[in-house]
Design a protein. Structure first.
Length: 229
């Protein structure tokens, strides 16, 4: 589990393609590895990777075909900079939002413009992810926890403040770049619950008040302002 707060900018030092998948060496630069052991997770541009070797100035990780199919890692090049974050400790501060490190899709940066000292990006998400993106909601872009400013269909806007532009690779993006997107995990769980809510409500109504069990229903969501009937 991660928070979406980037701890360091690393660099791809080596790429080894072997039997259809990838082994990746990431130089971690300013990232403190003193508390990292084999098997620990490090988010690399928002992708949760497992450290399989720790030579001292970075880590090796295996990248499966599944990960290659759902990220832009097949387009990585040696020397490319990447955002890094170690797995969050249970006692740590959640400075961003809950991030799993499992990329939901690859978006495309459509537009970049300056707004005072900030940068505003317009990004197009895959259509299947559009329903999870809401104005003022959270989204992870290349591992960075960001707030959505506005939404227009599958397109959304982000405001990058100077600190984020400096401490992550986000400030260097140009139109046409592919970016890793992870939607808010809470939106996914809510959708899953709502898929079962109508059937559960019907079963409770058929059973009658005496036999109905407490649970999530559309009526209860509407009662508390989460849904409209």
């Amino acid at each position: 589990m991660f928070s979406g707060i980037i701890e360091a900018i690393g660099q791809i030092a080596a790429i080894d393609m072997h039997q259809g998948d990838m082994r990746l060496y990431v130089q971690t630069r300013d990232l403190d590895l003193s508390d990292v052991k084999l098997g620990d997770s490090i988010a690399t541009n928002g992708v949760c990777l497992t450290a399989v070797a720790l030579p001292g100035d970075g880590f090796w990780a295996d990248v499966s075909r599944e990960t290659l199919a759902h990220t832009r890692f097949d387009r990585l090049s040696v020397g490319e900079r990447v955002n890094l974050e170690k797995a969050m400790l249970a006692s740590g501060r959640l400075g961003g939002h809950i991030v799993t490190g499992h990329v939901d899709g690859v978006g495309e940066l459509l537009q970049r413009r300056e707004d005072a000292r900030s940068i505003v990006y317009r990004v197009r998400a895959p259509k299947a992810l559009a329903r999870y993106i809401a104005p003022k909601g959270s989204i992870t872009v290349d591992g960075v926890s960001l707030t959505v400013n506005a939404v227009d269909g599958a397109d959304f806007e982000l405001n990058i403040v100077p600190h984020t532009a400096t401490e992550a690779i986000t400030g260097s993006y140009q139109p046409g770049r592919a970016v890793h997107l992870e939607v808010d995990v809470l939106a996914r769980y809510m959708e899953r619950l709502l898929q079962f809510a109508p059937a559960r409500q019907q079963a409770d109504e058929q059973a009658g008040p005496a036999e109905s069990r407490d649970g999530l229903t559309l009526a209860k969501l509407a009662e508390y302002g989460y849904s409209r009937r």
